[in-house]
Design a protein around this ligand. Structure first.
Ligand code: 3H9
Length: 693
């Protein structure tokens, strides 16, 4: 018997199987084979009357092994193992603690008795990976909990608490014991007849076509997996063998889909970014946070740390702004309380350790100070000079700049190794991305500490080097330019927006510009005008719209006109500006299809991403995908621009760039990295090597 992966023991007439496959007890091919074999041996042993399966370690199981999906069809498959469990002549009791997700929960559903330990979180999150539960979840959950609950749980992938699981029939019992003890107690009760041991597959089920029809309407037009899950759940009213066969067929079809590949890539991207060269450096102790600036970013950053329970001092020189900041942080905290992100006790404690001041010297003893003041180099360097004098030795000094040179900011102090960029995204208490910008002299400890802190406040940290715009804003800036060129050359702004929204972005670039405020981007463009290369095409349309007094959503008019319901209607005045600008420049409008629009945007993102990689600004392609997915609304099911580049093929990308270059050979140049990769027949996935290896 494989001892490492399973812990098998006997307590009187009860056999115990402890799943022992760290870190998450994934039901890998090896674990499945070992469990299958153990069950056969234990069933043939007359001294054994009942079998308990529980999880060693932090929790029961995170489900099938996503890293090794390729071996999902290896025998015994998970459905084979679970059928064997359900059909067992000896009662099988599953004791669940911590997490029972995906195949882990499906294993429990196939058993004869399920006992949960308080704090258990159960879910069938497969749709979030672009698949459906493929080991009986769509057939056995409806049998235990009814079709309505099954639809709700399976089509959303949401978590169910232990109490809810007991209430709806997933669990037979809930206890505070350890999983192992709870399993033994339940097995004894089964043997003495106190609790019945039932075969889930033998349970009957009431049809609920209205529930299925309503859900079908809800999920039509979205991702494939929830709809396919419904198809499978609907079959649960048929004999179990038919339902299981259909479920398997759909599961295997979805395993081949681009949606599945994109979502699994996104799942790993979220975790891969933590693997950085500095990951083994020592950590600084951070027990207090100072945030300078009471604007949108400062308030969001202060809220993010407060929600995570850190003592925060917010500095804002203007009394009026400080008052406003306090009100918004209060609102953010009560919002977090309402959404269940904070417990009542933590909420009250946090409010006690949140301070507001107009005096920078109040940060003298603070461990980490983050500035979020006006985006201007003189303002920032002056502030860092002051912080250098005020803050204690060893304090971590961070800038939230989104474009400026962090080396120059660090050089304003006599402690450049204590300076780092922490680029949050608005609203900072909600958006998950945090670009950790590592300047030339930033110490490895500061980088490691930033990554550690990011996790504590629920962010996804990505390591970035110093350049104008780092990873995300640099790619964004090209994407926007590409959209502006298409606008000038013949596409309409609402067509560009709707093409990119159909692709999966929540909002197209012109709608985003309206939301962010046309005044803000106008100021940035003016600031950069002096350094703009003469060869670069410049599109004045956004400037002209702004100069009409149209600032976007904030004053009800920009590229679009907004009424109170926030429904956008293209602004005829903005259309007029576009037409006149084309005429003035002698541009004959060309036709762009929605596919052309998406292809150009994607190509330029890949093009810039390749340069960002080549310059070492990003560590790996997957870091760039993570930035786009978690900070810029790139559709999760598409996996990120570089994941898509591999799907499209580098030769196609390069061909496209060469074709577009016939119109503008300054903007459209084939990056050196792409040429090198093509000559070596490499994909971006090949470049995703962890730096610690
Ligand atoms: C399924 O079950 C299909 C079946 O219906 C049918 C089959 C026929 N497999 O997240 P963490 C890795 S589909 C392999 O940082 P946490 C993860 O990448 C599955 N590896 O920990 C990371 O690796 P690394 C349905 C997995 O405590 C390490 O474990 N299940 C898996 O913050 C630690 O992970 C899901 O979708 C896995 N299943 O969170 C659950 N899960 O250290 C997906 C994790 O190299 N998992 N890893 O970066 C989760 O939601 C979270 O990992 C969990 C733990 C909440 C469990």
């Amino acid at each position: 018997m494989t001892e490492q992966i399973l812990k098998v023991e006997q307590v009187e007439a009860i056999a115990l199987i402890g799943l022992n496959n760290p870190p998450v007890n994934a039901l890998s091919a090896d674990l499945r084979a070992a469990t299958y074999k153990a069950l056969q041996i234990l069933r043939s042993d007359d001294a054994i009357k009942a079998i308990v399966i529980y999880g060693e370690g932090r929790f029961f199981s995170a489900g099938a092994d996503i890293k090794d999906f390729g071996r999902a069809t290896e025998k015994p498959t998970l459905p084979d193992l679970l059928k064997d469990i359900n059909d067992s002549s000896k009662p099988i009791i599953v004791a669940l603690h911590g997490i029972a997700f995906g195949g882990g929960l499906e294993l429990a559903l196939a058993a004869h008795v399920r006992v949960g330990v308080s704090g258990l979180r159960a879910a069938l999150p497969e749709v979030k990976l672009g698949i459906i539960p493929g080991a009986g979840g769509t057939q056995r959950l409806p049998r235990l909990a009814g079709i309505r609950a099954a639809v709700d749980i399976i089509c959303t992938g949401k978590e169910v608490s232990a109490e809810k699981a007991l209430e709806i029939g997933i669990l037979d019992r809930l206890t505070n014991d350890s999983a192992r003890d709870a399993g033994i107690a339940a097995a004894n009760d089964v043997l003495t007849g106190k609790i019945p041991a039932n075969s889930t597959d033998g349970l009957s089920i009431a049809p609920a076509s209205t529930v299925i029809d309503a859900a079908r309407q809800k999920y039509t037009g979205g991702l494939k997996a929830p709809l396919r899950a419904l198809e499978s759940i609907e079959a649960a009213t048929r004999p179990i063998s038919e339902g299981l066969a259909l479920e398997r067929e759909i599961f295997l079809q979805l395993m081949q889909s681009d949606e599945r590949a994109g979502l699994v890539h996104a799942f790993f991207a979220e975790r891969a970014t933590a693997k950085i060269p500095e990951q083994n450096a020592g950590l600084q102790e951070i027990n207090s946070i100072g945030v300078i600036g009471g604007g949108t970013m400062g308030v969001g950053i202060a809220s993010a740390f407060s929600i995570a329970g850190f003592p925060v001092t917010l500095i804002e020189l203007q009394d009026e702004q400080l008052k406003r900041a306090r009100t918004i942080i209060d609102l953010n905290l009560s919002g977090a309380l309402k959404r269940g992100k904070m417990k009542q006790e933590a909420y009250e404690k946090t409010r006690d350790i949140l301070h507001f001041s107009t005096n920078l010297t109040d940060l003298a003893k603070t461990d980490l100070v983050i500035e979020a003041v006006f985006e201007d180099m003189d303002v920032k360097t002056e502030l860092f000079k002051q912080l250098d004098n005020i803050c204690k030795p060893g304090a971590m000094l961070a800038t939230n700049t989104s474009y400026l040179d962090v080396n120059t900011i660090a050089a304003a102090t006599k402690r450049a190794n204590d300076v780092i960029g922490l680029h949050f995204f608005s609203p900072a208490h909600i958006m998950r991305l945090l670009e950790v910008v590592v300047a030339e002299k930033t110490s490895p400890e500061l980088v490691a500490t930033s990554f550690n802190l990011a996790r504590k406040i629920g962010k996804i940290p990505v390591r970035a080097g110093v350049c104008d715009g780092f990873i995300g804003n640099r790619i964004l800036s090209r994407y926007r330019k590409c959209c502006e060129y298409m606008l000038l050359d013949g596409a309409e702004f609402d067509q560009i927006d709707s093409a990119l929204e159909s692709f999966g972005f929540a909002m197209g670039p012109f709608a985003v510009a309206d939301l962010a405020g046309l005044d803000i981007s106008y100021t940035t463009r003016k600031r950069k005008a002096k350094t703009r290369p003469v060869e670069e095409r410049y599109v004045r349309i956004a400037d002209l719209v702004y100069e009409q007094g149209w600032h976007g959503r904030k004053n009800g008019c920009g590229f679009y006109v907004y009424d109170d319901s926030k429904i956008r209607v293209p602004n005829p005045g903005a259309r007029d500006i576009v037409t006149k600008e084309r005429a003035m420049l002698g541009i004959e409008p060309q036709t762009f299809t929605d596919d052309d629009i998406v292809a150009r945007c994607l190509t330029t993102m890949i093009q810039e991403a390749a340069n960002v990689l080549d310059e070492g600004i990003a560590l790996r392609p997957v870091d760039i995908d993570a930035v786009e997915l978690f900070g810029y609304g790139f559709p999760r099911h598409r996996g990120g621009p570089l994941h898509m580049a591999d799907q499209i093929g580098l030769d196609t990308i390069i061909d496209r760039i060469r074709t577009y270059a016939e119109e503008d050979d300054y903007f459209w140049r084939v990056p050196t990295l792409l040429k090198q990769m093509l000559s070596k027949n490499q994909t971006f996935a090949d470049l995703n090597i962890s730096p610690e290896k």
